[in-house]
Design a protein around this ligand. Structure first.
Ligand code: RIB
Ligand code: CA
Length: 333
């Protein structure tokens, strides 16, 4: 079975890893990248999406630009300190490539990301998998335009949130949910089905410099780009991130793990239940999943969809092998 995918993304170094895997995997048909603010501004996210597709030789994939700010809250600072000033480890060429000037470049669609998502879901009911690896703003806007969206798409896979694992922006919040908690909470009100691939599993799938060097040496231009762009990200992890005390230099490959879930769901264990995302105060961005279906004292979880799930455990070796093997097998020079 080949999955038709729209990848909603804020590229982003681990977003580039996700795009590389989506291009490489024979069971993924990547229809488009829809862009969103997050790691960088919307202008940089869109520019990076087009540039990454150019580098990976995937210029037939369309790009639709999306939201520049969250649905309710004021925008928070971008994450240049994690992903570099340009969002891709300072690998964006100094003399700007002439994007959109010729057919060999990935083209910018004239629809907004939210309109594009709705349009494709209506044209291909039950066929499209949405994979969202940035703040969920575009999807919340698409849901507002088309309330039947959860029934029109095949599934929704989200990289975001943390249930038992500590957050990566605050002790409670993961970056994508923190950047637009209202959007995440709106989506979780519906049964899609939606699967959250959050820090509970992505922090267990660390890609090391040994793995990244293998990509550099064996995966052509894609591997070379992933090696170069990950230098900044690996430095961040070594200095401040979760891998500070690791024996080898490494980083998380968050967004790529969401795509591995699509094609290898058996590598993950899920817990489903009613979920909320806290949208203000010091717990803003926290994913609060009712893992027990308990009768609580308030109704805040009572009317929520219960068919959505979060990944709580993962076979990390299997995810890493799938990532490396598929990108190396798809080598382009
Ligand atoms: O918390 C990890 C997520 O935040 C990833 O999607 C990464 O790209 C950043 O946006
Ligand atoms: Ca991302």
């Amino acid at each position: 079975m080949v999955h038709k995918v729209i990848l909603d993304t804020d590229p982003g170094i681990d977003d580039a890893m996700a795009i590389a895997y989506a291009m490489a995997h024979p069971a993924i048909d990547l229809l488009a990248l829809t862009t969103v603010f997050g790691n960088v501004s919307i202008q940089k996210a869109t520019r990076n999406a087009q540039y990454i597709l150019d580098v990976f030789g995937a210029t037939e994939v369309e790009v639709a630009q999306g939201a520049k700010v969250p649905v309710v809250q004021a925008p928070l600072p971008h994450s240049e300190f994690v992903h570099g000033e340009d969002g891709i480890g300072n690998c964006y060429p100094e003399s700007e490539p002439a994007l959109n000037s010729a057919a060999k470049h990935a083209q910018l669609h004239n629809m907004s990301a939210a309109d594009y998502i709705v349009d494709q879901a209506r044209k291909h009911p039950g066929e499209i998998t949405l994979v969202a690896v940035g703040p969920l703003t575009n999807l919340a806007l698409a849901l507002e335009k088309e309330p039947e969206l959860p029934k029109l798409v095949k599934q929704l896979i989200v990289m975001g949130g943390a249930v038992d694992e500590p957050g990566n922006v605050t002790p409670l919040a993961e970056a994508n949910f923190f950047n637009d908690p209202h959007a995440a909470d709106r989506l979780l009100a519906h049964d899609w089905p939606m699967v959250v691939v959050g820090l509970d599993v992505t922090h267990k799938v660390m890609i090391s410099d040994t793995h990244l060097a293998r990509l550099r040496d064996e995966a052509g231009v894609t591997g070379d780009f992933l090696w170069r762009s990950s230098r900044f990200y690996v430095d961040f992890y070594a200095s401040k991130g979760a891998a500070k005390d690791a024996s080898e230099r490494q980083c998380a490959m968050h967004d790529a793990a969401a795509l591995v879930y699509l094609v290898e769901p058996d590598a993950f264990s899920l817990v489903s239940g009613a979920a909320r995302v806290i949208d203000s105060g010091i717990a803003s961005g926290q994913l609060a999943l009712d893992q027990k279906g308990y009768q609580y004292a308030t109704n805040d979880w009572a009317d929520r969809a219960t068919g959505n799930a979060a990944c709580m455990a993962v076979d990390a070796e299997r995810v890493l092998d799938s990532f490396l093997d598929n990108i190396i097998n798809h080598r382009i020079t």
